[in-house]
Design a protein around this ligand. Structure first.
Ligand code: SAM
Length: 229
């Protein structure tokens, strides 16, 4: 049974896609997509031996070797031009790591810039949206959901002819999520505001607070209040 989080990533994949799932761990996502007949080919990329072995086992167990190929290596470096990947999924990592994987892929010509990106950062979604804006992608879909007491955001983006300009608020909260203002969205940002306020309180009591961090946190609290109150 696929997690609700990965199921949403899977739902964003177009039928007939050729997918690279980077940081695939057990390869649950590409195996699910292949099993559903939704994709024609997938690379499951893993940089760590243990998760790579998990992926190999899962592909064998499900008998999907013809569709899902497991490769050991760093990020998008496992890809070859003949894979003709049109969709990249990266889930379950921090926003900064997702961004650095995409940047390295670009620098090494592993991304053509024409791929659909489906990204699920665990933290720092803003970093991911900033990257998408800078690299001329357009965000087409976003979901926020809660599973096992954690809240996740999933972002789908496609290459754009024109540069999209997202405001600071859209980058932080998501252009769609901030419009929908779902209960889960309210919950996430209420929690984040309380966390930020707690840290600000602690920093203000310390003898040498990091002024830069302090003002960034205060700015975030202000933005959150404007957004949810
Ligand atoms: N994508 C799966 C999911 O969402 O359930 C697994 C997420 S798991 C928390 C993150 C995985 O990314 C780990 O298995 C880790 O080894 C892998 N990883 C981290 N950095 C990577 C990189 N640069 N290239 C490939 N895999 C990486």
């Amino acid at each position: 049974q696929l997690s609700k989080r990965l199921k949403q990533v899977a739902d964003y994949v177009e039928k007939g896609a050729r997918v690279a799932d980077i940081g695939s761990d057990h390869a649950y996502l590409p195996c699910y997509l292949a099993d559903q007949g939704k994709i024609t080919f997938a690379v499951a990329g893993e940089v760590v031996q243990g998760p790579f072995n998990n992926a190999v086992k899962e592909v064998r167990r499900t008998g999907l070797e013809k569709i899902v190929e497991v490769r050991l290596g760093d990020g998008l470096m496992v890809l070859k031009p003949e894979d003709q990947i049109d969709t990249v999924t990266i889930a379950g990592m921090g926003g900064a790591l997702i961004r650095s994987i995409l940047e390295k892929g670009q620098e090494n010509d592993r991304l053509t810039g024409q791929e659909t990106l489906i990204l699920q950062p665990n933290v720092f979604e803003e970093t991911v949206r900033e990257y998408l804006m800078e690299q001329q992608y357009r965000i087409t879909d976003e979901t926020i959901l809660e599973e096992n007491d954690k809240i996740y955001e999933i972002i789908k983006a496609v290459p754009s002819d024109v540069q999209m300009i997202y405001s600071k608020k859209e980058l932080l909260f998501g252009p769609y999520l901030s419009k929908e203002q779902s209960d889960t969205f309210q919950k996430k940002w209420t929690q984040q505001m309380h966390t930020d306020e707690f840290i600000v309180g602690q920093m203000e009591r310390s003898s040498q607070p990091n002024e830069e961090k302090l003002s960034a946190l205060k700015e975030e609290i202000k933005l959150i209040k404007e957004m949810i109150e």
